[in-house]
Design a protein around this ligand. Structure first.
Ligand SMILES: Cc1cc2nc3c(=O)[nH]c(=O)nc-3n(C[C@H](O)[C@H](O)[C@H](O)COP(=O)(O)OP(=O)(O)OC[C@H]3O[C@@H](n4cnc5c(N)ncnc54)[C@H](O)[C@@H]3O)c2cc1C
Length: 385
């Protein structure tokens, strides 16, 4: 059996793993990142939309080689067909080619000094005296043992690492948004706007999205959280109205109940989808994942240098990520619970109200008057306040 020793081992090599590896190796510790697939970033399980602040967090300038479309705003379609246009703000950003972006991010980590092994699936954690101190992995049929001071679990929604280390992870089906997405050719949409469609018949407890990638290519997907019909059923129903052809199908789940209770233990940190670092309303995980993964990489490196990789030291990671994104994620989880209870009628009247306002400057009085006239919305609002 091959035996290796690193300061930090990162499990999973997409946005969470590569960001952790990049910032840990920038802090001058030895890093090994392990990825079970043969190609980093493939298959894509993402609509590929990001906000610009993702790149500020990464301290990287976005590169044309992975930018597919520059987004100025979004069109939000209510169940009755009413369309609200939203310009700039949180809707402004980029649609990426994640197959290129994810590999590029892993390359940045490698350029900073991280070692990477693909086609290497981590099967087990090495735990001694209740402390995680490495992993056992399979690489092309060979078993390898990698000792490490800190393991960073960036193994996504299918995460086993956190559970193996004794942490409670998100598992119930109601906490997962089930998604299906086609990349399609011949989609007739504005290349600079995201499209969102809501309604019980379109996507129960979720939405349909069209994220343009230029030249008539777009990611057309649906995410739902309702038992019964599959997301593919709703997707096929939606795309039957488009004169477009699929060239790729992706199926995946998004954890939308907010972060797990505890994201560290002795010798281990959890980041990204594995930790529930996903906005519960939008299902967007790239930015919160990258923010938390940068902190994980930095704290892991500091703990190695301070020769203290105990849970007591590593708890700094959770303190720091909560300071950056904790409030936003918990607020969003509250709003999602409210959104879950909105009927098509509520959404239509909300759209009617917003349609006649300047979104950026809706007055409190106008909003209160509107809610007052809609008893269901008033009830939901009092529940979350
Ligand atoms: C359909 C869909 C659309 C989405 N659209 C958007 C969007 O437009 N914008 C946005 O911000 N977010 C979006 N998200 C969410 C976003 O994709 C994720 O939040 C983000 O990719 C999480 O990154 P991660 O690195 O934590 O996990 P992942 O991307 O899941 O990566 C985990 C990696 O770990 C590897 N791995 C797993 N187990 C092991 C093991 N035992 N050993 C070695 N390797 C292992 C996997 O192969 C994988 O490469 C979407 C998600 C879905 C499903």
């Amino acid at each position: 059996m091959t035996k290796l020793k690193y300061d930090v081992v990162v499990v999973g090599a997409r946005v969470g793993g590569s960001t952790s590896a990049l910032f840990a190796s920038k802090s001058d510790v030895d890093v090994l990142m392990l990825e079970k697939r043969q190609e980093i970033g493939s298959p894509v399980q993402c609509a590929e939309g990001v906000t610009y602040n993702t790149f500020e967090t990464l301290k990287i300038k976005p590169n044309e080689k992975y930018i597919r479309s520059k987004i100025k705003g979004a069109n939000i379609h209510a169940p009755d067909g009413r369309c609200i246009n939203y310009e700039g703000g949180v809707a402004e950003g980029l649609v990426l080619d994640r197959k290129v972006f994810d590999k590029e991010l892993a390359s940045e980590a490698a350029k900073s000094g991280s070692d990477i092994m693909v086609k290497t699936a981590v099967k087990d954690l090495i735990i001694k005296d209740h402390k995680v101190c490495g992993v056992i992995a399979k690489h092309l049929g060979e078993t390898i043992e990698v000792k490490a001071d800190v393991v960073i679990a960036a193994d996504g929604i299918e995460s086993n690492m956190a559970r193996m280390a004794g942490l409670k992870t998100i598992q119930s089906p109601q906490q997962i948004c089930s998604c299906a997405q086609y990349e399609m050719v011949g989609v007739d949409v504005d290349p600079n706007y995201l499209e969102f469609y809501f309604g019980e018949n379109v996507a129960p407890k979720g939405y349909v999205w069209i994220f343009p990638k230029g030249d008539g290519v777009a990611n057309v997907g649906v995410g739902i959280r309702s038992p019964g019909k599959t997301p593919l059923y709703y997707l096929d129903k939606f795309v039957s109205k488009l004169d477009a052809t699929p060239v790729e199908l992706n199926i995946g789940g998004v954890p939308v109940s907010g972060p797990i209770e505890k994201t560290y233990t002795d010798g281990l940190l959890v980041v990204g989808d594995a930790a529930g670092h996903v906005d519960p309303i939008t299902g967007g995980g790239i930015h919160p994942t990258i923010t938390c993964a940068r902190i994980a990489g930095e704290v892991a490196a500091e703990s190695v240098k301070n020769e203290d990789c105990s849970s007591n030291y590593l708890k700094n990671y959770e303190k720091l990520w909560k300071k950056e994104v904790g409030k936003g994620l918990s607020q969003s989880a509250k709003y999602r619970k409210m959104a879950d209870k909105l009927s098509d009628k509520d959404m239509n009247s909300l759209a009617e109200f917003i349609e006649n306002q300047d979104i950026e400057s809706i007055s409190k009085i106008a909003a209160l008057k509107f809610v007052g006239k809609n008893p269901n919305l008033m009830k939901l609002l009092t529940e979350i306040l």
